[in-house]
Design a protein around this ligand. Structure first.
Ligand SMILES: [Zn+2]
Length: 477
């Protein structure tokens, strides 16, 4: 993750290509009230450093388990062996102050060499205790042998400690955003600086649940970049024993997908239904997972492949016949799945002919519900779906339905092992569900009641991303 940025700015701060330094530089700019890191002056960074020092001192000398101690937990997740966090630190504010201030002294000469981030001359070498994820097994920033530390210039030292303000932090991790849109990065930093101010004052318990980093990112994309824009979220803990880094990304077309969903009532209906289904409660009825936040997370894909699939979540909703879906709900979900496949995955899909064949076969059965259950259990398997299609096709032929039917050549793509065939089978299932509903074939237990219907209609008039999620902006800043 080492990167050297071009030395173009005349001020003390440059946002380089290193994701953590970059996030910190933007945080420092926000804290200084500037619209870009390049605009930050030396007087600005001095003020930012003073604020940071005071916050560090308050956190490092706070009584354990008080609200003020929460910022120490944040610092400890980023800089576990630093002067601010080590267990042997003085608990006296005055004694600690000089040690913390010493971190942010201006460069006096060039003896340390060019800054590891921005190449400016630096007089200070920093070891890993002040630099998250340096010299840990999870990243590549390993120190060459015989070097005592990395040269880090004044501006970058402030950036690397402004990082927790610009990151989305929890008591044990931090998440930073990189993306092609500076406007999105700036908004992500602004929201997090506001949130960090609340945490330094009132702790995590003073913070309403609010938006998670994925949601903050999507709103920033919505506001900043209507076109193509990829993002990466880096979530990490700089633990002494087991530092970790988790990387998730959105595909470039996600902003286009969001704009399309937001502009269409049926797609919004699908999105809100999905979000509501993703809400989880504990036994006492308290929300443990907020659906809108969980839906936002579905647009992020983990680098290690261990992320949830939006198409699969939609599929699970559609196949759950015990859960009544309001009128138009199936169509909204099916169209959402198709829009996602087209915009985000870049798929083309036309399964109408095959969907019509299956829907006919189900509708003409003596027990449509039984046939639907049969299809449901075969729907995602290439082999089982092939068998079912052959059976349905033969049955309808014998019933004299031949002319309008999709023949085997039209369903080959769905039952072969080829890229995206699984996703195509999901889209087929979605379309079959919609056709059955349109034809009035009962496949679920019961229709949704009127109150449920009204609730959904109220929801679908709302935008899919709601700024009210940022409730941590309320209260004292
Ligand atoms: Zn630098």
């Amino acid at each position: 993750m080492t990167a050297t940025g071009p030395l173009t700015a005349t001020g003390p701060l440059t946002a380089t290509g290193h994701p953590l330094q970059r996030a910190g530089a933007w945080a420092a700019a926000v804290m200084a009230g500037r619209s870009h890191p390049d605009d930050v002056t030396t007087a600005d960074v001095e003020r930012v450093a003073q604020v940071m020092v005071q916050d560090v001192l308050t956190a490092a000398t706070a009584v354990k388990d008080t609200d003020r101690y929460d910022w120490w937990k944040v610092l400890n997740a980023l800089y576990p062996n630093s002067k601010a966090t080590r267990s042997s630190r003085p608990r006296d504010r005055a004694l600690l102050q000089a040690e913390i201030e010493a971190l942010f002294v201006p460069d006096t000469d060039q003896t340390a060499g060019p800054c590891a981030f921005c190449s400016r001359p630096a007089s200070v070498l920093w070891a890993k205790s002040n630099l998250p994820l340096f010299d840990s097994s999870s990243v590549v920033n390993m120190l060459p042998l015989q070097m005592r530390g990395w040269p880090v210039c004044y501006g970058c030292r402030i950036a690397m400690w402004a990082l927790p303000y610009g990151a989305w932090v929890s008591a044990g991790s931090a998440t930073v955003l990189s993306c092609e849109s500076e406007a999105a990065i700036a908004q992500f930093a602004r929201r997090n600086v506001q949130r960090a101010r609340r945490i330094t004052q009132a702790g995590f318990t003073g913070l309403p649940a609010g938006a998670r980093p994925e949601y903050v990112t999507l709103v920033a994309l919505r506001d900043a970049a209507p076109g193509l824009c990829a993002t990466t979220l880096w979530t990490f803990k700089n633990d002494n024993q087991e530092p970790w880094l988790r990387v998730t990304q959105t595909r470039r077309a996600v902003p286009v997908f969001l704009a399309r969903v937001d502009a269409n009532a049926a797609l919004r209906r699908g999105w809100h239904l999905l979000a509501r289904a993703l809400t989880r409660y504990d036994k006492a009825g308290k929300v443990t997972a907020h659906g809108v936040q969980e839906a936002a997370r579905l647009l992020f894909e983990a680098e290690d492949g261990r992320s949830q699939s939006l198409l699969l979540r939609v599929h699970e909703l559609l196949k759950d016949t015990d859960r009544p879906l309001p009128a138009g709900g199936r169509e909204g979900l099916a169209r959402l799945a198709l829009a996602y496949a087209e915009e985000v995955l870049g798929m083309t899909s036309d399964v109408t002919a095959v969907a019509t064949l299956i829907a006919q076969w189900i509708a003409r059965g003596t027990s449509p519900r039984g046939r639907f259950a049969e299809y449901r259990s075969a729907a995602l398997s290439d082999y089982k779906l092939g068998m079912l299609l052959m059976q349905a096709y033969s049955r309808l032929l014998l019933d004299g339905q031949a002319p309008a039917l999709a023949g085997p050549e039209q369903w080959q793509a769905l039952i072969q092992r080829r890229p995206r065939a699984w996703e195509q089978r999901m889209l087929l299932f979605a379309q079959v569900s919609v056709l059955l509903q349109q034809q009035g074939v009962a496949i679920s237990e019961q229709p949704a009641n009127e109150e449920e219907q009204r609730r959904l209609e109220a929801l679908e008039n709302q935008p899919i991303l709601d700024d009210a999620e940022f409730d941590y902006e309320m209260g004292p800043a």
